[in-house]
Write a protein that binds this ligand. Structure first.
Ligand SMILES: [Zn+2]
Length: 96
């Protein structure tokens, strides 16, 4: 049963308009409602677990990204310092 089917059946069996459950309608509808609610709850729990997994993965990727940015910035600073030293050296020794 899909989410859509479960919701539609739940609605039908809750509004006293059900013509599916049969002879002992009220009792059958109650059982059917319970069944649909269980199905929906299980699906919600499953999705909740999936969402939490994705959140954890997202946090992990954010951390990796921040680390990579840190390394790149460090490298860029070192390179900049090397270039400055090179320019200083050139000015001091090569231009005279
Ligand atoms: Zn019903």
């Amino acid at each position: 049963m899909t989410v859509k089917e479960a919701i539609e059946r739940l609605k039908l069996c809750s509004e006293n308009q059900c013509n599916i459950c049969g002879r002992y309608e009220k009792e059958e509808c109650m059982l059917e409602r319970n069944r649909c609610e269980t199905i929906l709850l299980n699906l919600i729990q499953k999705q909740d677990t999936e969402i939490n997994k994705l959140k954890e993965e997202n946090e992990r990727l954010k951390y990796s990204c921040a680390k990579a940015t840190e390394i790149i910035e460090e490298y860029a600073n070192e390179t900049e310092n090397d270039i400055k030293k090179l320019i200083e050296y050139q000015e001091k020794y090569l231009d005279n």
